[in-house]
Design a protein around this ligand. Structure first.
Ligand code: G3P
Ligand code: MG
Length: 249
């Protein structure tokens, strides 16, 4: 089936309720293939991760704008091309048992997603000044890399410009506006971007927010929920999906 014939609403309904943050939350080196494999072994079938571009335009997984927290590299990620990034150790910071795990290219994640039928939420996490380039490049890559029959990834971002660029490049891919604070007109903005949902900091969600999203036909996903009591309250409130470091299957 061509990707343009995929139905976002059908895809949304099929998503598991729990989404592993950055691959396997705090239990493996974030945004690496080892984390996805570990999350899979733990029983997760849906995953969030952060995607940005190397200096030579390769989409890969990294949260920060700098390399030192989660890799053996130093300095701004913007300076590094994929050849140099691919030689880094992105595992040791998480524990010696993960030593040697490299950063993950989006292409490698796609191969795993295609093989296992994973549900993946790709957070567009552009380096400064790269919102449009990142949205376009990731959307193009998803079209190229994700096979028909594999659930289409949801693209989310705190940066509307990244979502707009992704929408222009691959309008059939489901999108969600990410928010860490409610801004004036945010629901209208999500609709204008053609989003299927919003991914909200869980502290922002209440019954009124959910009513507004429902009235617009928008899904409500929340991050990052790591307390079971809080998760129970959010399920009771009616959120659709929870992104977590520690809870779930
Ligand atoms: O996508 C949800 C969440 O990952 C957003 O925040 O900083 O963990 O990427 P952050
Ligand atoms: Mg993220």
């Amino acid at each position: 089936m061509p990707s343009s014939e995929r139905s976002p609403s059908t895809a949304a309904a099929a998503w598991p309720r729990w989404i592993a943050h950055r691959g396997a939350g705090r239990r493996a080196p974030e945004n690496t293939l080892a984390a996805f494999r570990h999350g899979w072994q733990l029983g997760y079938r849906a995953f969030e991760c952060d995607v940005k571009l190397s200096a030579d335009g390769e989409p890969y997984l990294l949260h920060d704008d700098t390399l030192e927290r989660t890799t053996s590299g130093r300095g701004p990620a913007a300076a590094a091309d994929w050849a140099s990034l691919s030689r880094l150790d992105a595992g040791t910071w998480c524990g010696p048992g993960w030593a040697g795990e490299p950063p993950a290219r989006l292409a490698a994640l796609a191969a795993f997603a295609n093989a296992e039928g994973l549900h993946v939420n790709l957070e567009l996490k552009p380096l400064p000044g790269q919102a449009e380039a990142t949205g376009q490049a990731v959307a193009d890559a998803v079209r190229r890399l994700w096979q028909p029959g594999t659930p289409p990834p949801w693209l989310s971002s705190f940066q509307p410009a990244a979502l707009a660029a992704a929408a222009a490049a691959a309008p059939e891919l489901p999108r969600a506006l990410l928010l860490d604070a409610l801004t004036p007109g945010w629901m209208d903005q999500a609709q204008a971007l053609g989003c299927q949902g919003a991914v909200l900091n869980h502290r922002l969600v209440d019954a009124e927010v959910l009513r507004g999203l429902r009235a617009r036909g928008l899904a409500c996903w929340v991050y990052t929920v790591n307390e079971a009591d809080r998760a129970d309250a959010l399920w009771a409130l009616g959120v659709d999906r929870i992104i977590t470091d520690t809870l779930g299957p």
